[in-house]
Ligand binder design. Structure first.
Ligand SMILES: [Zn+2]
Ligand SMILES: [Zn+2]
Length: 209
């Protein structure tokens, strides 16, 4: 397994490319604004199975339309974030740049298993930052792609229009149950480990003073 980050756009949003080295199959996560050219290059010899979205904020889907057109692969998002993918800005979060909408091809659900070559990833629904926020968990490889739910030492904004603080606390408690050695690849910033984020169980007490 190989995972590569492409930090792009005004907030250095991490687009990720996940590759099964045995089969050459791959998946793209969160094609941030400005990431399309790098991702086209990086996937030129790979079999891309789909573009998977941790959530629908514009800084995670900025180059989605361009990349989908180029690769002609399906786009997946949780149903509760899907309207904002088709109509960016529908969630009332102001866009900092024009973003072209894309009609999703499929909806992600809690517990759903997705096969990328020989890699198996599970969808973990983690609402809070947005209603349809998800993480992607590869148990065997001990990897979590966490979107804006969990950052190194921090979490996603819960003051945005569709955010829900109580849902966020529950989602972070869910992530706290993952094995300590799980490596976390967040939507912004550097990777971390679940075992290093000791605050997850008590996020409410830590962040609401
Ligand atoms: Zn976000
Ligand atoms: Zn973000």
């Amino acid at each position: 397994m190989l995972i590569t980050a492409f930090p792009s756009g005004p907030f250095a949003t991490n687009a990720y490319l996940l590759k099964c080295e045995q089969t050459g199959q791959a998946a793209i996560f969160d094609p941030a604004p400005g990431s399309a050219e790098d991702l086209k290059w990086a996937t030129a010899k790979l079999g891309v199975q789909g573009i998977f979205l941790t959530h629908s904020h514009w800084d995670h889907i900025g180059d989605l339309a361009e990349l989908k057109k180029h690769l002609d692969v399906p786009v997946y998002v949780h149903a509760l974030d899907s309207v904002n993918v088709a109509y960016p800005g529908a969630d009332r979060l102001p866009l900092m740049m024009p973003v072209q909408g894309v009609e999703p091809d499929g909806f992600l659900e809690e517990g759903q298993q997705i096969q990328i070559g020989n890699l198996l990833m599970k969808v973990v629904h983690t609402p809070g930052h947005t209603p349809g926020g998800v993480c992607f968990y590869l148990k065997e490889q001990a990897v979590l792609i966490s979107g804006d739910t969990l950052f190194k030492g921090s979490m996603g904004n819960i003051s945005f229009p569709t955010a829900n603080a109580d849902a966020m606390w529950t989602s972070l408690k869910k992530l706290a149950k993952l094995p300590n050695e799980t490596k976390v690849y967040p939507g912004h910033g550097e990777p971390t480990m679940i075992g290093n984020e000791h605050w997850l169980e008590n996020a409410k007490e830590v962040f609401i003073c």
